[in-house]
Design a protein around this ligand. Structure first.
Ligand SMILES: CC/C=C\C/C=C\C/C=C\C=C\CC(=O)SCCNC(=O)CCNC(=O)[C@H](O)C(C)(C)COP(=O)(O)OP(=O)(O)OC[C@H]1O[C@@H](n2cnc3c(N)ncnc32)[C@H](O)[C@@H]1OP(=O)(O)O
Length: 300
C-alpha cells in the first residue's frame, strides 16, 4: 500500500472548467500501443504508462522550447495528479519531445505586462507544480535531452534522479540572476540539497548555466549518457529504485524532503505576495523585456 507523503492534495489550482479531454485515454488506433500500455495526452504533454513495469513516461511537447506557461503548468499538475492516483503507476520518467530543449523554464511572457492577479495565479501554479513533484510518491527521473535553464532546471532538480544527454550545446542551471530576477527560496533550497551550499551559492549569484560535464562534476546531474542510451538508462534507474519496498523508499523520501517542503508550505502565501510585488516593479519589467529582446536578437 503506497504511503501518502502528504495526506491531502496540495490543493489549489485546477482551472475553472477544464476544457481538455484530460482524463480520457488518448484514442489510439488499435495496434499502435502494446496491450500493457496506456496513454493520455493534451496540448502540451504526452503520457504513456507501461502497466507491466508501473513506469510512466511524460514527454513535454510544447514547441518551440517547452516554456512553462500557465496552461503548461496546469496540464503538468493534472498529469501528475492523475498518475499519482493511479495504483498501476509507481515510477515516472520526465523527458522532452522537442529537439534540443528539455524546458526553457518559466514562460517569460507570463511575467511581463500582466495584472497582479495574473502574476498571483501564475506563481501559485509554479508552486503547485513543484509541491506535487517534490512530494510525489512515485520514483521520478528526469531524462534531460536538451537545454534546461531556470524553471526547466528546477523540474529536473525536483526529481529523485537526473540523467542528461552529453552534447556540447546543452546547458543547465538556475540563471535567474542573469535576467535580473531572483530565484525564490524554495528554488534555492532544492538546488542546495542537490549540490551543496558553496556550489549553489556561486552558481546562483552568477546565474551560471553549466555545460553537461560541469553539471555532472558539481552533482547537478547524476549521470551523463549518449542520446541513444537515455531512455534505456532512465528505465534501468527507475527499475533499480522500484526494487525497494515502496513504503520504505517513500517514507525515506518524505523524511529527506520534509523540512524544505514544510518551509515552502508555511510561507506559500507570503511567497506569492513577494513574487507579485517583485515582478510588478518597473525596473524588473524592464529587465525582462530587455532579456526577451536579447533572446530574439540572438536569432537574427
Ligand atoms: C525577492 C524574491 C521574491 C520572489 C521571487 C521573485 C522572482 C522569481 C521570478 C521568476 C523565476 C523565474 C524562473 C524562470 O524560469 S525565468 C525563465 C528563464 N529562462 C531562460 O532564461 C531561458 C531563455 N531561453 C533560452 O536560453 C533559449 O531559448 C534555449 C536555450 C532554451 C533554446 O534556445 P534555441 O536557440 O533553441 O531557441 P530560441 O531561438 O532562443 O527560442 C525560441 C523562441 O522561444 C522563445 N523563448 C525562449 N525561452 C523562453 C521563455 N523562457 N519564455 C518565453 N519565451 C521563450 C524565444 O524568445 C524564441 O521566440 P521567437 O521565436 O523569437 O518568437
Amino acid at each position: 500500500m503506497p504511503v501518502s507523503l502528504y495526506a491531502s492534495p496540495p490543493g489549489v489550482l485546477f482551472p475553472r472548467g477544464s476544457p481538455q479531454e484530460w482524463g480520457q485515454a488518448a484514442r489510439q488506433p488499435p495496434g499502435l500501443l502494446p496491450a500493457q500500455c496506456r496513454a493520455f495526452s493534451n496540448n502540451k504533454i504526452l503520457v504513456e504508462l507501461d502497466t507491466s513495469s508501473g513506469v510512466a513516461t511524460m514527454k513535454f511537447k510544447s514547441p518551440p522550447v517547452n516554456s512553462l506557461s500557465l496552461d503548461f503548468l496546469t496540464e503538468f499538475c493534472i498529469s501528475l495528479e492523475k498518475l499519482e492516483n493511479d495504483r498501476a503507476c509507481r515510477g515516472l520518467i520526465i523527458t522532452s519531445a522537442v529537439p534540443r530543449v528539455f524546458s526553457s523554464g518559466l514562460d517569460i511572457n507570463e511575467m511581463c505586462g500582466k495584472s497582479r492577479e495574473h502574476y498571483a495565479e501564475f506563481w501559485r501554479a509554479v508552486q503547485e507544480m513543484w509541491i506535487r513533484l517534490y512530494s510525489s510518491n512515485m520514483v521520478t527521473v528526469a531524462a534531460i535531452n536538451g537545454s534546461s535553464p531556470a524553471g526547466g532546471c528546477l523540474i529536473a532538480l525536483t526529481c529523485d534522479y537526473r540523467i542528461m544527454v552529453e552534447n556540447p550545446k546543452y546547458i543547465i542551471g538556475l540563471n535567474e540572476a542573469q535576467l535580473g530576477i531572483v530565484a525564490p527560496f524554495w528554488f534555492k533550497d532544492t538546488f542546495v540539497k542537490a549540490v551543496g551550499h558553496r556550489v549553489a551559492e556561486r552558481s546562483l549569484q552568477l546565474g551560471l548555466l553549466h555545460s553537461v560535464p560541469e553539471a555532472h562534476r558539481i552533482g547537478l546531474v547524476d549521470e551523463v549518457v549518449p542520446e541513444e542510451k537515455l531512455q534505456e538508462k532512465a528505465a534501468a534507474v527507475v527499475a533499480q529504485w522500484l526494487a525497494l519496498p515502496d513504503h520504505a523508499r517513500q517514507l525515506t523520501k518524505s523524511m529527506m524532503r520534509k523540512a524544505v517542503l514544510d518551509h515552502m508550505l508555511a510561507h506559500r502565501e507570503e511567497d506569492i505576495q513577494n513574487f507579485v510585488n517583485f515582478i510588478s516593479k518597473d525596473s524588473i519589467q524592464k529587465s525582462l523585456s530587455m532579456y526577451m529582446e536579447m533572446l530574439k536578437k540572438k536569432k537574427s
